[in-house]
Write a protein that binds this ligand. Structure first.
Ligand code: NAD
Ligand code: TYD
Length: 346
C-alpha cells in the first residue's frame, strides 16, 4: 500500500481529489491533513469514515510539530500539497494569515517531507502567480512571476520555496499551476457558487467593476486528472500549467448562470472593483499535454449546468454556511458595495 499525503483534502479541490484517487488508485492509502478552517468541511468526507484507505488528520501546517506528528504516524511516500488560504478578497482584508498558511505552512511541509525522504512532492499552485495579461497572449511555464494580490504573492513565495528545495537539496518536487476551477463543493465565496447561491435566493449579484475581466475556467475533475498525472509522471523541478481552454469575461459567466437558473438579469449589480484586480488570465497548457498526456475534457456549458444542479440539490449546505461566520465576511466584503450608494449601479 502506497501512503499518500493530501493536504487541504477537506477543501474544494482536495475533497474532489480524495474521491478521484480512492477510486483510481486502489493500492493507495490517503492521509488527509487539513486544519479545517472556514473553508474545510468534513461533512463531505462523512461517508468515508471508517474507510480502510482514507484517514483524516487535523493539523495546522504552520505548526511544524503537528506536521512532524502526522509523518511519524504514517509512512508517507507521496505528497499532494493543496492546503492554502485561497480567496483573493479575503487576502485583501487580511493578508498575514496567507503568509502564515501558504508560505510558512509550505516551508514546514517541505522540511518535514525532505527529512522523511518522500519519493515525490506535488505543489499545487495557481496561474495567478504570473500576474495579469492584456488582451492577447497566454501564461506559459516560463512567464516571469509577477503576482498582484496578497493571495497570489503568497502562492508565488511558496512556489519559489519549492523551487529552492529542488535546486538546493535535490528534493523531488513538481509544481502545477492551474486556472480558475469550478464544480461541486466550492465554497460560495468564489464567483460561480456565490452567483448561483445569490440567484437562487433572489439576491443581488455583485459584479466587480465592468465585469469584463477574463478568467479561464476548468472543471475541478479535469484539474484533478492533471494533478494525478503530475504526481505520477511529472519531472522533478518542473512546472506544469493546467487550464480549461475556456476564456470568458465574468459578465458572460454570470449571464449564463442566470439563463440556466431562469432568473432575471436585473439581479446583476455593478459594484466597486476589487483593488488591484487582474484583468485577464489565459493558460498555455501545451507542456502538460505533451509530457503528461493530459488535456481538459469537460465542456464548460455541460459542467456549469451540472454544477448548478449540484448547488440546487445542496441548498441546505449553502444556507448553513451563509447563516454562520460567512455572514460576517459577506457583510464586510459586500456591505458597503451593495448598500445604496456603496457601489456604482449602472
Ligand atoms: P479551499 O479554500 O477550498 O480549501 C483549502 C483547504 O486548506 C481547506 O480545507 C482549509 O481548511 C485547508 N487549510 C488552510 N490553511 C491550512 C493550514 N494552515 N494547515 C492545514 N490546512 C489548511 O481551496 P481550493 O479552492 O480547494 O484550493 C486548493 C489549492 O489549489 C490551493 O493551494 C489553491 O491555491 C490552489 N488552486 C485553486 C484554484 C481554484 O480555482 N480554486 C485554482 C488553482 C490553484
Ligand atoms: P474569484 O472566484 O474570486 O477567483 P479569482 O479572483 O481567484 O480569479 O473571482 C473570479 C472573477 O470574478 C474575478 O475576476 C473577480 C470576479 N468576482 C466578481 O465580479 N464578483 C464577486 O463577488 C466575486 C467573488 C468575484
Amino acid at each position: 500500500m502506497t501512503h499518500v499525503l493530501i493536504t487541504g483534502g477537506a477543501g474544494f479541490i482536495g475533497a474532489n481529489l480524495v474521491r478521484r484517487l480512492l477510486s483510481a488508485r486502489p493500492d493507495w492509502k490517503l492521509v488527509n491533513l487539513d486544519l479545517l478552517t472556514y473553508a474545510g468541511d468534513l461533512s463531505w468526507l462523512a461517508d468515508l469514515e471508517g474507510h480502510p484507505r482514507h484517514v483524516f488528520e487535523r493539523a495546522d501546517l504552520a505548526e511544524r510539530a503537528q506536521v512532524d506528528a502526522v509523518f511519524e504516524r504514517h509512512p508517507i511516500e507521496l505528497v499532494a500539497h493543496l492546503a492554502a488560504e485561497s480567496h483573493v478578497d479575503r487576502s485583501i482584508l487580511e493578508p498575514a494569515i496567507f503568509v502564515r498558511s501558504n508560505v510558512l505552512g509550505t516551508q514546514n511541509l517541505l522540511d518535514v517531507a525532505r527529512a522523511r525522504k518522500v519519493r515525490r512532492f506535488l505543489h499545487v499552485s495557481t496561474d495567478e502567480v504570473y500576474g495579469t495579461l492584456g488582451a492577447t497572449g497566454k501564461f506559459s511555464e516560463s512567464t516571469p512571476l509577477a503576482p498582484n494580490s496578497p493571495y497570489s504573492a503568497s502562492k508565488a513565495a511558496s512556489d519559489l520555496l519549492v523551487r529552492a528545495a529542488f535546486h538546493t537539496f535535490g528534493f523531488p518536487a513538481v509544481t502545477s499551476r492551474c486556472s480558475n476551477n469550478y464544480g461541486p463543493r466550492q465554497f460560495p465565496e468564489k464567483l460561480i457558487p456565490l452567483m448561483i447561491a445569490n440567484a437562487l435566493a433572489d439576491q443581488p449579484l455583485p459584479v466587480y467593476g465592468d465585469g469584463q475581466q477574463v478568467r479561464d475556467w476548468i472543471h475541478v475533475d479535469d484539474h484533478c486528472d492533471g494533478l494525478l498525472a503530475a504526481l505520477e509522471r511529472g519531472r522533478p523541478g518542473e512546472v506544469y500549467n493546467f487550464g480549461g481552454e475556456c476564456e470568458l469575461p465574468n459578465l458572460t459567466v454570470v449571464r449564463t448562470l442566470l439563463r440556466i437558473l431562469g432568473k432575471d438579469e436585473r439581479l446583476i449589480r455593478y459594484v466597486a472593483d476589487r483593488p488591484g484586480h487582474d484583468r485577464r488570465y489565459a493558460i498555455d497548457c501545451e507542456k502538460a499535454k505533451a509530457e503528461l498526456g493530459w488535456r481538459p475534457q469537460r465542456r464548460f456549458d455541460e459542467g456549469l449546468a451540472a454544477t448548478v444542479d449540484w448547488y440546487r440539490a445542496h441548498q441546505e449546505w449553502v444556507a448553513r454556511i451563509r447563516s454562520g461566520a460567512y455572514r460576517d465576511y459577506y457583510d464586510r466584503q459586500y456591505g458597503g458595495r451593495l448598500s445604496p450608494g456603496g457601489g456604482a449601479p449602472r
